[in-house]
Design a protein around this ligand. Structure first.
Ligand SMILES: Nc1ncnc2c1ncn2[C@@H]1O[C@H](COP(=O)(O)OP(=O)(O)OP(=O)(O)O)[C@@H](O)[C@H]1O
Ligand SMILES: [Mg+2]
Length: 283
């Protein structure tokens, strides 16, 4: 069976603004993703993560190299073929404000992609699926389902609507661009579990994040992007526990320090509490 995604030697260069030199967003990047496989894409801001997602769907053209989606080269496919290939995929954009239709209700926003792809006749089925998915992402409350996207949703709720909107197409490949950046820790875990369930049923996943711990939870395999270049790839566990590249080492080294700060704060809090108890005991 052909791979879900086969990228060979991909370079993407954007023209520089105001006579500045061109920006190389991706450089000589190669990767493959088998069907049903998942991959985390890790990297700091500006490393090329979103450009990679947009290039996979043909919204950005490669300067050199090729992107084959389900065996078809996106660079030479006809516009009709590109549309058909995109319909087998779903992307959750990193910006939950720009990516949802603001005038629709939450229910309509989730139903919309299915109605576009499968036609108006599927309205009843689309509503049933949309309600199921909204329940799954924790937005099943009728007040939320009926509210307008523009008026009453937080950033985190919008992200969850965007995830339901992507899942309603039963995509073969889901591209998630920092889909949980505005969620609290427990909701983040629930979303990872929702995605994991779909993967067990055969969906391929690319999960973009700059959080190494989240990357490991989302997918067993990962790549680390730095200035458009893959500097490290392999099992996320190895990337976290035994990084080879200096940039990845720096990313990983930053983690324990954060944890230490957090642990330090906890220890201070415990000490303060104990002191307060001692003082109370003496009075
Ligand atoms: N349409 C564009 N025109 C010009 N330059 C662009 C364009 N899109 C992205 N870039 C540049 O390409 C580089 C990679 O951008 P990209 O958005 O892919 O990064 P990212 O890893 O997704 O960052 P973030 O974590 O902030 O979302 C950046 O230097 C960015 O300024
Ligand atoms: Mg981005």
């Amino acid at each position: 069976m052909t791979a879900c995604l086969d990228i060979q030697n991909l370079t993407v260069e954007f023209p520089g603004r105001r006579r500045r030199s061109p920006v190389k967003a991706l450089s000589s990047l190669s990767l493959t993703l088998e069907r049903g496989e998942s991959l985390s894409v890790i990297g700091e801001s500006g490393s090329g993560k979103t450009t990679l997602m947009r290039t996979v769907l043909g919204h950005v053209k490669p300067s050199t190299g090729s992107v084959k989606l389900f065996g078809t080269d996106m660079g030479v496919a006809s516009p009709e073929a590109v549309t058909a290939l995109r319909r087998r995929c779903a992307m959750v954009s990193q910006d939950p404000y720009g990516s949802l239709p603001p005038t629709l209700t939450v229910l309509e926003a989730v139903m919309e992609p299915r109605l576009i792809v499968r036609g108006r006749d599927s309205r009843r089925e689309a509503e049933r699926r949309a309600r199921e998915l909204l329940e799954e992402v924790g937005l099943g409350d009728e007040d939320i389902v009926r509210s307008r996207v523009r008026l009453s949703l937080s950033g985190g709720q919008r992200q969850r609507v965007a995830i339901a909107r992507a899942l309603i197409l039963d995509p073969e490949l889901m591209l998630c661009d920092e889909p949980t950046s505005m969620q609290d820790a427990s909701t983040r875990g629930e979303i990872i579990e929702i995605l994991a369930r779909r993967q067990r049923a055969g969906m391929s996943l690319i999960f973009v994040t700059h959080d190494l711990f989240l990357a490991r939870k989302a997918a067993p395999r990962g790549i680390v992007l730095h200035r458009g270049v893959i500097v490290e790839e392999g099992p996320c566990r190895d990337i976290l526990e035994n990084p080879k590249d200096d940039y990845t080492k720096a990313l990983v080294e930053a983690l324990p320090r954060l944890a230490q700060v957090r642990d330090g704060r906890k220890a201070d809090k415990k000490k303060r509490k104990k002191r307060a108890e001692n003082v109370e005991g003496q009075t």
